[in-house]
Every structure is written in structure tokens, then in C-alpha cells.
Design a protein around this ligand. Structure first.
Ligand code: GLN
Length: 541
């Protein structure tokens, strides 16, 4: 029987519920259980695809092409699972589904109401697309007490009652503030938050308490007493200096044991295999070398916008036993610099990475960063928009097409990057309407890419065909491939039909590669993405 674990949060937001959920999933997986990880967000956007990275951080793309919350990235990385389209839902999507059903007449004239219609939709999501997994974890976004989360909690409460309370566990992530002057941890905010949750009909089973100091017997007793749980189920989530310590820290505090005991599964449970995490910590605490990487991007003010990228660089560093020091450079800042100043700014870096992005702002700065890397033999890695910048740079400076640019930035240019209107997936042709909605019109998810024999890409991956995840509307115009090739700028990976350039490289350069996909989404601790690993290896040289 599948066990359902809901992870809710109280007291304040930003407690790291995503990583906490992912670490719980990772611990269960390390005992050999099959784990599914899901996210329920109360907000009213239908999906995060159209949300600004400034507000909401990165849009994480699943292999089956869903644009989801960045927490799904944590799940994939910590629990080493692939999430699916069906693993995330928002309040907006729930209401959208209900309203569509109402418009179609599916409710046969009934008055459509929050209960049962909206709550049924929530329960349908909880049950949907499951395949006998041992554990399904649902992280519930927001903080208990938020008005917009009310119906989600009601749906979850009903679900727990229907499926049987013995099959459901509620983990409540909370904060115990430490008052320096009194030298005391305060439990009152948690007591109130647990009560608020109880008002929604949900009794927390395990309290996972963020705290900067260890809990004493007295605090555990008090929390147990007031929150109606055994004090063994008060688990401290101590602040750690490295997120990869979270699974080990939870295990040391007995969280996985309490989860299994709740379901009466502890006695027969296999022992956890945590060797991977120990190995990672050993390396991160004893790096042999250090490299400095400049990431020239647009959302550098909010690093959450590049979460997977940051993580992929760390994974690659671990594989190379090298600490990766990243400087986040706003590309716009490079635009007004003289050539001397630009060289001054970039010369101390061992590698330059231009990440993905949207819109015209700052592109000139990115193009200059590419040019600097190309001309000065600095290892270069361009991702999605970063690859497109490399193509534009090469078209301008190697082919002499001065107004070479992307159709994304307006029609007054020679569009060496043009709008992709037709593409194929699994034998189905996708046609992008020219004037449709902004949401849901991109080439999204994992697509195969065929690598040229003996190319850098082939050397990096070691195979001729790879699957990587995409999220883009524009694409290099293959008509320019021949001329660029003559100048030593090579398309080395294409879609299987040969129509869409996927990888570009400069064979006559220490390391220069641009990819139309987002390799950061498939990178995991202990299993770095090959391009990131090679980029850091090149920077290390
Ligand atoms: N804006 C570009 C496009 O839509 C690149 C997208 C990206 O970097 N993810 O094609």
C-alpha cells in the first residue's frame, strides 16, 4: 500500500521546505524504497512558466516538458528521481480545471462549489498517475494560515480521512527562534502554527524544527505536550553550512526512522545507504583546487533564478575535486565598458558561462563576453540563450554580418536565430502559432540530439545520441551552418531530422561549446552533467 507524506510549513516562509522534502525523499530512497515527489502550490498562476524569475526563481523543466517550480529540481537532485508533468499543481490549475469542466457542462447543471468540486479536483490530483510507489511525498507551498491555501488543506484533510490516517503522515516544518539575550529557544510560534493547522482538521505527526541550536529535553517535552505528539516526533533540523549535509543531518536526528515508525515499517526496513552523501561531504570539505567562473547573465540579483545552474557547477566541481567560485556578472554592466576595461573585468576568470534567458536587455554584454572568451582562449560554455549569443557573435565577427541577431529582439536585423515554428517529438509535429498565448508555446522537455563523431560534444558524452531538456522558442537558422563551419565554428549536434542545430563548438579553441538545451536540469550530486564536468575540468587546466 502506498504511503502518503505531506510536508507543510508554518511560522514563516523561506524555511527551505523544498530541500527538506527532497531530503526526506532522498532518505527513503536510500533505503531502497520507490519514491515519488510532488508539489502543490496554492497560488493562482496556472503554471510557473510565465512567472518572472525575479519573483519566483528558476522555472524547472521536467523531462516530459512541464515548466515547474524550482523545488522539483531539489527533488530530482536529492531523491535522484525524475519528476513528471503530473507531479506539480497550482491553485490556478485546480480552478482552471473546475471552470473548464463547468463550461463543458461536466457538472450536469449542479451548482459548482468550493466543496466538493474544488476539493474533489485537489483529491484527484493527489491520486492521479500513481503506479504503486512505496512513498509519495507532497510538498505544500505557502505557510499554514495563508488564505489561498485553505482549500488545499481541506482537500488534503478529506483525502487523509478517505485513504486512512495510518497511510498518511503530516510533517510540519517550523521555526524555533533563538533569543540571544535570554539564551532560549522559543516554541510559542510553533504551538500557534500547529493549532492553526489543527483548525483545518490536520494534526501534525512530526515536527521538523529549523533551529540554530540543538533542542533540549525540555523543549521537546513542551512541544510534544502542546502540539499533541510524542516527543520522539520532535525532530530538529539544525542549520547547516552546506545543503548536501541536510540528508545526513536529518538521518542523524532520526527523521527517517520516525517516518518509518509512523507507518509501522521500521522493523522490516532495509538500512539506508548514505555512502554517496558522505563521499560528497568529504570532497566539499577538502577541495584540492579552486576555479573562478564568470556567469554573465541577466537575473544575477536573484540567484534562485539560476538554481539548477549553480548546483550543476557544484556537482561538476565535486567530480573534479575543485571548488567552483562563481561571480555573477550582470551582462548589462559589460555594455558600456571599453575593450580594455572589459578585458580587465574578465581576465581573472578560468571560465566564462553565458546562461539561458529571455528578452533583449543585456544581450550586447553577453555577446561581448562570448567574443572575449573566443578571442582569448578562455573556456566558454553557452547555454540556450548563451549558445544563441555565441552564434550571433560568430556571425557578426567571423562572417561579417554586422546586424546579425535573433528574431526575439525585433525584426530590424539579419535573424541568424529565428523563431522555431515547427518541430517534431515522438513522430508528432508541433506547430507554434505565431500569435498565441505566451504560456505553453515553447519547445519543452527532453529531446534527442545526435552528436557528430569526433566532436568535442562526442568526446564529452562518450555516446552519439543524448537526451537533454529544452525550453526555448528560437533556434539557430541552419542555413548559416556551412559558412560558419568554414570559419571554424561548427554545428556538432543536431535534432535527429538534422534540421535543428543543438550544439555548436570551436574545435580550434581549448574549450568552446554552446548548447541549445539546458544540461543543468539533468545534473545531480554524484552524477554531474558531462558538459559541466568537462567545462570545469577545462577551467582547472
Ligand atoms: N530566449 C531564447 C529562446 O526562447 C532562449 C531561451 C532560453 O535561454 N531558455 O529561444
Amino acid at each position: 500500500m502506498t504511503k502518503y507524506v505531506f510536508i507543510l510549513g508554518g511560522v514563516v516562509s523561506s524555511l527551505g521546505k523544498g530541500i527538506a522534502s527532497a531530503a526526506v525523499g532522498g532518505l527513503l530512497k536510500s533505503r531502497g524504497y520507490s519514491v515519488r515527489m510532488r508539489k502543490m502550490d496554492p497560488y493562482l498562476n496556472v503554471d510557473p512558466g510565465t512567472m518572472s524569475p525575479y519573483q519566483h526563481g528558476e522555472v524547472f523543466v521536467t523531462q516530459d516538458g512541464a515548466e515547474t517550480d524550482l523545488d522539483l529540481g531539489h527533488y530530482e537532485r536529492f531523491a535522484d528521481v525524475n519528476c513528471h508533468k503530473t507531479d506539480s499543481i497550482s491553485g490556478g490549475r485546480i480552478y482552471y480545471n473546475v471552470i473548464q469542466k463547468e463550461r463543458r457542462g461536466d457538472y450536469l447543471g449542479a451548482t459548482v462549489q468550493a466543496i466538493p468540486h474544488v476539493t474533489n479536483e485537489i483529491k484527484d490530483f493527489i491520486r492521479s498517475d500513481l503506479h504503486g510507489e512505496d512513498f509519495v511525498l507532497y510538498e505544500v507551498g505557502g505557510t499554514v494560515g495563508d488564505i489561498e491555501g485553505t482549500l488545499m488543506l481541506e482537500g488534503i484533510r478529506q483525502f487523509a480521512n478517505e485513504v486512512g490516517r495510518e497511510n498518511v503522515l503530516f510533517i510540519f516544518l517550523t521555526l524555533l527562534p533563538y533569543i540571544d539575550t535570554a539564551g532560549e529557544l522559543k516554541t510559542k510560534p510553533t504551538q500557534h502554527a500547529v493549532k492553526t493547522l489543527l483548525e483545518a482538521g490536520i494534526q501534525a505527526d512530526i515536527l521538523l524544527c529549523r533551529s540554530k541550536v540543538q533542542l533540549g529535553v525540555e523543549e521537546r517535552r513542551k512541544l510534544g505536550l502542546f502540539c499533541n505528539i510524542s516527543s520522539d516526533n520532535v525532530v530538529v533540523a539544525l542549520d547547516v553550512d552546506n545543503i548536501y549535509k541536510v540528508p545526513l543531518s536529518y538521518h542523524a536526528e532520526g527523521l527517517d526512522v520516525q517516518v518509518l515508525k509512523h507507518f509501522k515499517m521500521y522493523e522490516q526496513s532495509p538500512k539506508p545507504d548514505l555512502a554517496k552523501w558522505h563521499e560528497i561531504i568529504k570532497i566539499t570539505e577538502n577541495y584540492e583546487k579552486e576555479v573562478k567562473i564568470a556567469v554573465v547573465g541577466k537575473y544575477c540579483g536573484l540567484l534562485e533564478a539560476y538554481k539548477s545552474l549553480q548546483e550543476a557547477l557544484v556537482h561538476a566541481g565535486i567530480a573534479n575535486k575543485t571548488k567552483v567560485r562563481v561571480s555573477w556578472i550582470e551582462s548589462e554592466e559589460l555594455e558600456a565598458l571599453t575593450d580594455m576595461e572589459l578585458a580587465d573585468k574578465l581576465k581573472s576568470y578560468d571560465g566564462i558561462l553565458v546562461p539561458g534567458g529571455f528578452g533583449v536587455r543585456g544581450i550586447q554584454g553577453k555577446i561581448r563576453a562570448v567574443q572575449y572568451a573566443r578571442e582569448n582562449n578562455v573556456p566558454f560554455f553557452g547555454i540556450c540563450l548563451g549558445m544563441q549569443m555565441a552564434v550571433i557573435e560568430a556571425s557578426r565577427h567571423l562572417l561579417g554580418i554586422e546586424d546579425a541577431s535573433s528574431a526575439e529582439f525585433g525584426s530590424k536585423c539579419t535573424p541568424v536565430i529565428s523563431k522555431m515554428t515547427v518541430w517534431e517529438k515522438d513522430g508528432v509535429q508541433y506547430i507554434r502559432p505565431d500569435n498565441g498565448d505566451m504560456g505553453g508555446t515553447m519547445r519543452l522537455g527532453a529531446y534527442p540530439c545526435i552528436l557528430d563523431e569526433n566532436s568535442l560534444a562526442h568526446k564529452i558524452y562518450g555516446v552519439r545520441e543524448v537526451m537533454e531538456r529544452h525550453r526555448h522558442r528560437y533556434e539557430m537558422d541552419i542555413a548559416y551552418a556551412g559558412k560558419l563551419h568554414e570559419k571554424g565554428f561548427v554545428v556538432s549536434g543536431k535534432s535527429p531530422d538534422g534540421l535543428l542545430p543543438e550544439i555548436v563548438e570551436i574545435p580550434n579553441h581549448p574549450f568552446f561549446i554552446g548548447v541549445q538545451f539546458h544540461p543543468e536540469f539533468t545534473s545531480r550530486p554524484g552524477k554531474p552533467n558531462p558538459i559541466f564536468r568537462s567545462f570545469i575540468a577545462a577551467a582547472k587546466k
